[in-house]
Design a protein around this ligand. Structure first.
Ligand code: HSE
Length: 369
């Protein structure tokens, strides 16, 4: 029987990527879709799916209750208001969520099927009804290092992230681009003037960030020409919440009874939509670099191992080269000279695809099948 699937937050940045992927894969063909809105109730859904869909009220519980599956990319605030109430009305459908609200609940599964398909299948069999996408950094890390986790090779893991503006939202991407333009305009006429020192150009740029008109409403400062080693709120553990999530969510996704220790620093950089991560990995046993590479490569179909040379690295191991693809580029693989069994790996993945929308699309397809 054709399932009724309700979509909320399909116009936001993650929702839009999800819609595009579903259209690309013809996923709307076999579902009865209903589109909800919190702001434009009654207007026509602008997605072209060969049919005019009217937007429904995202707080209309009688309509929500009719859905077999609800997919929300609307954010935590919406989930917090709607989810418990809907369940208390005895709605027993599947809830698929992009936000972090329900991630750590005992009765939810964080979905990343190339890594935890067995857990997902067992969950479906046992009646789990709530499936949540993981934090983007966590999902991209597990996609890249899945082979090492699967083979229980990791004793401990230290990360440094280089997270794109997209992770903070579409307004942040726009602000980053505005900042780039603002800074360029300040010095554009100086760039061809050989009598102006580069030190004076740099000074002008640094000072202009203090100007009242400098666009920094979202980031609070410049991300252009800068890095921000702080993402999300402070936690008791002295980590930011983004850093705290990595060990917690990763171990939940992997269904690890004995936590694998993972910690590091999360940093926002001026990339647009791909997150990069640098890892120092302490292995449980001695492996050669070739062994390690093979294990990483064989884990899933999206891994692209990039040779450890300059040309390949700048061509394939960068946010710009990965953007808009499902590729998980993994490179700079080498054994470090600081102790035994310690390796470094650098990886790049699209924050909006494997980091957000794709695991949701895939759990939806699995539930429909
Ligand atoms: N919290 C992430 C970030 C994105 O700020 O980059 C969502 O998983």
């Amino acid at each position: 029987m054709i399932k009724k699937v309700g979509f909320i937050g399909w116009r936001g940045i993650v929702g839009s990527v999800l819609m595009r992927r579903m259209i690309e894969e013809n996923n709307f063909e076999n579902i009865d879709a209903t589109f909800f809105s919190t702001s434009q109730i009654g207007s026509i859904c602008p997605l072209f799916l060969g049919k005019n869909y009217i937007l429904n009220d995202a707080y209309d519980f009688s309509l929500l209750k009719n859905m077999d599956i609800i997919v929300s990319c609307q954010g935590s605030e919406y989930t917090d208001i709607v989810y418990n109430k809907l369940r208390s009305l005895r709605w027993n459908g599947y809830w698929i969520d992009a936000s972090s609200s329900l991630r750590m609940n005992n009765d939810s599964i964080i979905v990343l099927d190339p890594v935890n398909i067995q857990l997902i299948k067992k969950g479906i069999y046992n009646g789990i009804k709530t499936f949540v996408g993981g934090n983007c950094t966590v999902s991209l890390m597990l996609m890249a290092l899945g082979g090492l986790f699967q083979n229980n090779l990791i004793e401990s893991l230290i990360f440094s992230t280089y997270q794109a503006a997209s992770g903070a939202g579409s307004k942040h991407i726009i602000e980053l681009i505005r900042q780039m333009g603002y800074l360029y305009n300040i010095v554009s006429s100086d760039l061809n003037n050989i009598s102006i020192s580069i030190l004076d150009i740099e000074k002008k740029i640094s000072n202009s960030i203090l100007e009242l008109n400098f666009p920094k409403k979202q980031f609070g400062t410049s991300l252009a020409g800068n890095v921000l080693p702080w993402i999300d709120v402070f936690t008791e553990s002295q980590q930011t919440k983004e850093e705290w999530k990595v060990q917690e969510e990763a171990n939940k996704i992997l269904n690890q009874k004995n936590n694998i220790c993972i910690d590091g620093t999360c940093v926002r950089v001026g990339a647009l939509r791909c997150h990069s991560q640098s890892f120092f990995i302490k292995l449980r046993k001695n492996l050669s670099c070739d062994n390690l590479t093979e294990i990483i490569q064989n884990h899933n179909d999206w891994i692209r191992v990039i040779p450890n040379d300059y040309k390949s690295t700048i061509k394939y191991l960068t946010p710009i080269s990965v953007s808009g693809t499902l590729n998980i580029s993994v490179g700079r693989i080498r054994k470090l000279n600081v102790g035994s069994n310690i390796f470094s790996v650098f990886t790049v993945g699209d924050q909006l695809l494997w980091g957000a929308a794709e695991p949701l699309r895939r759990i939806l397809m699995l539930l429909l099948s």
